[in-house]
Design a protein around this ligand. Structure first.
Ligand SMILES: NC(=O)c1ccc[n+]([C@@H]2O[C@H](COP(=O)([O-])OP(=O)(O)OC[C@H]3O[C@@H](n4cnc5c(N)ncnc54)[C@H](O)[C@@H]3O)[C@@H](O)[C@H]2O)c1
Length: 440
């Protein structure tokens, strides 16, 4: 099949490369000349493990092409995916202006019969608006159907998630579109059409809702774990033991039940806000999710409170090393990363912060760079030099087995605040560190 992706971010570029790798002819439409020129040379604008090689291989094979021009790509394609960003507006609602703008351009260039899919995360009713926009913009002869195929990949594991998804959700009212989309996704839906555990055929509205409902539920699990951690700290229980035992119950499951410094990233914070805003539009007060947001904010501020406690109540002129800036390991994505709020609070309270991240330094410098009292280093050990306190904010693998003896020697005073619980308290304490984790 010939397929077009509009948007070459974490979703668009990964999915485009995977579909090209399956043998399809894939166009990717962007809107920044420099990025498109780079992509043509195999230089990708984001970090995702394995993606550069996958893109290069498929560009070299002639299956993956990048362009700024809608005309040839849209006219040739059987299927078009809209995979542009849907960031939050100040009110929490998703900003759909780019989705609608590209839908109009798709409409203007349609030829023959095409299935137009919104892959971006969008509120219920958006696909119907996309349909109206395309209907209005297209020439009389062109035919199309719309579908919602939401994306569930995780940054850091995006290629493998795309090749082996837990489920593929196809929401459309057209049998023809459903058939085309089933055939396109067939290689990644193991077990064929009868395997209900992987393929969900549903209405457009349900598909739109499934995505928000899933992300908001995962965020709820994380906040629940953080609330249990908070209570456990007060009551003298070990939250890690509590949550692990809870997770053994098949109805609960262990995933996303780890306490820590809060969730962040480009999806959970904005999708929780958007679902609250969608609910408001339908006169429903989604109180649980407002509490989820509150607990998450508290989880970040708890790191600052603990830093203060470990430094005798005062952060003024204290030197703090921060390990990990991206919102999770194996990505350079800094959008809504807890490190942003935590570092700004530490600086606000008079501390100086030296920070390191294996991959996200460039994005972190762009977002945090000018803050007074903040500097960046090129290695995890440099962060520890002369520090009064070391805080772990992202559980990168390379932080899991650091030479704590060396770190202790480098620090002014050996204090470790483990925001992701990657060290055991006894291990750190045995080496002479004063240690705090989350929920322990
Ligand atoms: N990142 C994830 O893990 C993830 C997972 C599932 C779903 N989603 C959803 O998928 C969508 C895209 O997310 P993302 O993380 O890939 O975003 P992103 O910011 O990484 O990528 C967005 C892309 O849209 C392009 N774009 C912006 N304006 C454009 C325009 N006018 N014309 C053409 N292209 C334009 C950008 O250049 C960029 O390539 C969002 O709705 C997001 O919620 C993201």
């Amino acid at each position: 099949m010939t397929v077009t992706f509009i948007g070459h971010g974490y979703v668009g570029l990964v999915t485009a490369a995977v579909f090209a790798d399956l043998g399809n002819t894939v166009w990717v439409i962007g809107h920044t000349p420099e990025k498109i020129a780079n992509l043509k040379k195999g230089i990708i604008p984001i970090y995702e493990p394995g993606l550069e090689e996958l893109v290069k291989r498929n560009v070299d094979a002639g299956r993956l092409q990048f362009t700024l021009d809608y005309k040839p790509a849209i006219a040739e394609s059987d299927v078009i995916f809209i995979a542009v960003g849907t960031p939050p507006r100040p009110t929490g609602e998703a900003d759909l202006s780019v989705v609608f703008d590209v839908a109009r351009k798709v409409g203007e260039n349609l030829a023959g019969y095409t299935v137009v899919i919104t892959k971006s995360t969008v509120p219920v009713g958006t696909n119907k608006k996309v349909q109206e926009i395309i209907e209005k913009a297209k020439n009389g002869k062109a035919l199309f159907d719309i579908a919602s195929v939401p994306e569930f990949l995780r940054e850091g594991q995006a290629i493998s998630d795309t090749r082996h998804p837990d489920r593929v959700v196809i929401g459309t009212e057209s049998e023809k579109a459903e058939d085309i989309l089933y055939n396109l996704h067939k290689p990644i839906i193991e077990g064929g059409k009868g395997d209900k555990s992987r393929l969900v055929l549903t209405t457009i509205e349900s598909a739109e809702m499934i995505k928000y409902a899933s992300n908001a539920f995962l965020a709820t699990k994380i906040s629940y774990a953080n609330a249990i951690a908070r209570l456990s700290e007060r009551a003298g229980a070990d939250a890690l033991a509590v949550l692990e035992a809870m997770g053994l119950d098949k109805r609960i499951g262990t995933a996303f039940l780890q306490p820590g410094a809060g969730y962040g990233g480009s999806c959970f914070p904005k999708d929780v806000k958007a679902l609250v805003a969608i609910a408001k539009d339908y006169d429903y007060d989604f109180g649980i999710l407002k509490e989820v947001e509150e607990v998450n904010k508290q989880a970040m501020l708890d790191i600052v409170r603990k830093a203060q406690e470990m430094l005798d109540g005062d952060l003024k002129e204290k030197k703090i090393g921060v390990l990990g800036l991206s919102f999770k390991p194996d990505t350079d994505d800094m959008r809504d990363a807890p490190s942003i709020i935590i570092i700004n609070e530490l600086l606000e309270k008079g501390a100086s912060v030296r920070a390191f991240d294996p991959i996200a330094l460039k994005n972190a410098k762009r977002i945090l760079g000018d803050a007074r009292g903040l500097s960046f280093t090129e290695s995890e050990y440099d962060v520890a030099r002369d520090a009064d306190l070391l805080i772990i904010l992202t559980e990168w693998n390379e932080f899991r087995q650091m030479d704590l003896g060396k770190i202790k020697m480098l620090m002014k005073t050996p204090r470790l605040l483990d925001g992701r619980n990657i060290y055991s308290p006894w291990q750190a304490q045995e080496l002479g560190f004063s240690y705090k984790g989350v929920g322990r």
